[in-house]
Design a protein around this ligand. Structure first.
Ligand code: ADP
Length: 760
């Protein structure tokens, strides 16, 4: 520790140097305790071994707080100012007091004797600290030995005390500033959190469809935005406002109360619900609103949420501190509740849409059922069956009532189909008698205008005596068209009032249009059936004719050919060349005719001589046929892949393969060894056979024609034949439920495909 030199001038140089150092150090020292520490240490260094204290005066100048260094700090305790003897005097007089020894001190302040006993202080200096004329405390310095304070020391201590006051004030200012910055930062952070919560909430408003989930968020946003408030979301249920969501701070007894519900007519709730406007109550009457536990709240806001003009829920905010709402608070609460309102509305619209969709679905289903039914009824020729069905579908979609279907009969309307009871005996009699044309607008109008007539409010008395139709409220009459002509009027009569909605109209129009189409189709189906029956009849007749003709012509033709043969054998030699040529032509033509008759007979027998379809091994049938054909054409190659067992008439399968393979051999290409191969592939429940040859092939334009009877692509001189073989094949395959077709490349060969049922 530096000791002041004895020499006075040297001592004052030392002190002023030291002061300089302290001043500089203080300029960079921050914080109250650092300042005090530095001041007390400096005093010690300047005056030798020393203890000291700084006593700080509080704002009211009533008491002192000590900050001390050194062993005898107890002498300068803090406390009320009036009890602090020398410090009090120094402050009151704004004068520094110096006591060179203990005696001097105790002489002036004998009461300190008790405290001083045992304390080491001998010389004491007490210096008031002032800044801008304001007292801020005192600097007390003790020297452990008698010490007359020199001028230089007194000046040093006075300046030190003043510096200390300045530094303390700066530290104080600094502290205040820091505190303010911290407080503002906290405030800003709070605001940012509130803003973030609000932004998140706004985003949720766009997407959240569950209003209670959003209400939970709304509660949080309000709490973040307004400090110290509680919030709750209520819904109206059976005359009670019941809280569904509330903030966590709500006391359990309050939570129980709001959950149990507030009567609908609790004054503030009622006012908000009725006026459909926010109620910001400055001051809250818990008793009047039947929520005794909410007594602690100072101001309450109730904001109604309306859907379809009805208040269904309320958002409540309560504050404990304030008794009045300010504009910012009101604006925030309103903004949050608006978001909730949007969600509520959206939820409601979604609900309505869903209901509408469900209704539409039901209607579509009914229409589909009707369409399906008319399809199923296609074979049904009674048009009134369709009308009845259309009436049933119509009534199933509407409230109770009945339906009539009128057709015109001269000057009267005839009720042809009725579904449901008209609910009045006289009315039924009137309907049955046939209302007059031209005096029954509900039928006349749609008939003549060709437009539906929808009467939301049935014009009683316009069609019938009014007393018969008192129970009728709503009527729809629709013209029914067939091929563009109105053929009847379908009427739906309802006992309940109903506004025909666009959906109703579309539905009824659709039903009636479908009815018209069904009627047309039924008519066509009827015609088709008749035509088919006719065709079948004439087909059967033709077959019968072919059979009889081919059968009965056999004997005469046999006679012609055999007699021609006899003539040739017996008298051939007597005939000249021309006569022999004619005779040969008779024989040739006779044989061809015999072939024709045979083939024709085969053709007609496909129908007449049918056998049961049994499992037949196609390999066996093929082998028989191949052997038979190979005998006539030994050079030809007739082969097969492994063939399946099919369900067929074995004789007909033989005929089928025989015709196709023999054609394959017959229509061979010049200069090639004829090859025919038969194979088969599964094709669903059927087998698809392929008979492939390497013959002359067929032009694609003849792919259809060759299957018709008598259709040939060549003259008899080139290729022998009658043009019946493929027609027989086609008949056989179709009789088995299969199909026959050809694919071919002229000059390369043909493949005939046919399908036959497999064995399951
Ligand atoms: P036909 O063989 O007695 O003339 P089809 O009914 O069996 O009578 O055949 C009809 C026509 O189809 C034949 O005249 C012939 O022109 C053609 N055709 C049938 N099979 C073949 C085949 N494998 N290759 C080329 N043309 C054929």
């Amino acid at each position: 520790m530096p000791v002041p030199p004895a020499h006075d001038t040297a001592a004052s140089v030392f002190l002023s140097d030291h002061l300089q150092a302290v001043t500089e150090a203080l300029a960079t020292t921050q914080g109250q305790s650092a300042v005090l520490e530095l001041v007390l240490t400096s005093a010690g260094q300047a005056l030798g071994t020393v203890a000291g204290a700084v006593l700080l005066l509080d704002a009211a100048s009533q008491s002192l707080t000590p900050f001390s260094a050194g062993p005898d700090a107890s002498l300068w305790q803090g406390g009320p100012l009036e009890e602090s003897g020398p410090v009090r005097d120094a402050l009151a007089r704004r004068e520094s007091l110096f006591f060179a020894d203990q005696g001097a001190l105790l002489r002036s302040y004998p009461e300190l004797e008790v405290r001083a006993a045992g304390a080491g202080a001998v010389a004491t200096a007490v210096l008031p600290m002032t800044l801008d004329d304001q007292l801020s405390g005192a600097l007390v310095v003790n020297v452990p030995a008698p010490h007359p304070f020199t001028e230089a020391e007194i000046r040093f201590l006075r300046i030190l005390a003043a510096q200390c006051a300045v530094a303390l004030d700066r530290a104080q200012l600094h502290q205040t500033l820091e505190d303010r910055v911290a407080a503002r930062t906290a405030e800003l952070e709070g605001e940012r959190a509130a803003l973030d919560a609000f932004v998140a909430y706004k985003e949720s408003v766009g997407s959240e469809s569950d209003v209670r989930i959003l209400a939970r968020q709304a509660v949080r946003v309000v709490q973040a935005g307004l400090q110290h408030v509680s919030a709750a979301y209520y819904e109206l249920e059976d005359g009670w406002w019941k809280a569904r969501v509330w903030s966590e701070d709500v006391a359990p007894e309050v939570a129980a109360e709001i959950q149990a519900g507030v009567p609908e007519d609790a004054p503030d709730f009622r006012d908000a619900a009725r006026s459909q406007a926010a109620v910001f109550a400055d001051g809250w009457n818990a008793e009047a609103n039947e929520l005794p536990s909410t007594d602690a709240y100072g101001a309450v806001a109730l904001l109604p949420l309306t859907v379809n003009g009805e208040t269904r829920s309320l958002f409540a905010v309560g504050t404990r501190d304030a008794r009045a709402w300010n504009e910012r608070e009101k604006a925030l609460v309103r903004a949050v509740v608006r978001g909730l309102g949007i969600t509520l509305e959206r939820t409601e619209i979604t609900r309505q849409l869903q209901a509408r969709n469900a209704e539409l679905d039901a209607r579509t289903q009914a229409l589909e059922a009707f369409a399906q039914l008319t399809q199923d009824l296609a074979t049904q020729s009674d048009p009134y069956e369709f009308v009845r069905r259309a009436q049933e579908v119509t009534l199933s979609l509407l409230s109770p009532g009945y339906s009539l279907y009128y057709e015109r009969d001269g000057n009267q309307w005839r009720n042809r189909v009725q579904v449901g009871d008209v609910g009045h005996a006289d009315l039924q009699a009137f309907i049955d008698a046939g209302p007059p044309v031209g005096e029954t607008p509900s039928i006349d109008v749609p008939w003549t205008t060709r437009e539906p007539l929808y009467q939301d409010d049935y014009a009683r008395g316009s069609d019938t005596p009014p007393e018969m139709v008192q129970h009728v409220q709503t009527v729809a009459s629709l013209p029914v068209f067939r091929h563009g002509t109105v053929v009847g009027v379908l009427i739906a009569v309802l006992f309940d009032g109903r506004c025909w909605t666009p959906t109703d109209r579309v539905t009824l129009d659709t039903v009636v249009r479908s009815l018209g189409l069904a009627l047309e189709r039924a008519e066509q189906a009827g015609e088709l059936r008749q035509r088919t029956e006719q065709l079948e009849r004439s087909n059967a007749e033709l077959e019968q004719f072919a059979y009889i003709a081919s059968h009965d012509l056999q004997a005469p033709i046999r006679a012609v050919t055999s007699f021609a043969g006899i003539i040739n054998r017996r008298y051939g030699a007597q005939l000249d060349e021309r006569g022999q040529l004619y005779l040969r032509q008779i024989i040739d033509s006779g044989e061809h005719m015999k072939q024709l008759l045979d083939d024709l007979l085969t053709f007609s027998r496909v129908h007449t001589e049918r056998h049961a379809f049994l499992p037949v091994d196609a390999n066996v049938v093929f082998d028989t046929v191949a052997q038979r054909l190979q005998a006539g054409a030994p050079a030809a190659q007739v082969t097969r892949a492994a063939l399946p067992t099919v369900r067929a008439d074995a004789l007909q399968l033989d005929q089928l393969l025989q015709n196709l393979i023999s054609n394959g051999l017959k229509y061979r290409r010049e200069g090639t060894v004829p090859q025919v191969r038969v194979s088969a592939q599964p094709d669903g429940p059927m087998w698809r056979f392929a008979v492939t040859d390497n013959g002359i092939g067929i032009e694609s334009q003849y792919f259809g024609r060759i299957f018709e009877i008598f259709q040939r692509l060549h003259v008899r001189e080139t290729y022998e034949g009658t043009g019946i073989g493929l027609a027989v094949c086609k008949k056989i395959v179709e009789q088995h439920g299969g199909q026959l077709w050809v694919d071919s490349t002229p000059g390369e060969g043909s493949t005939f495909y046919f399908t036959l049922p497999g064995v399951d």
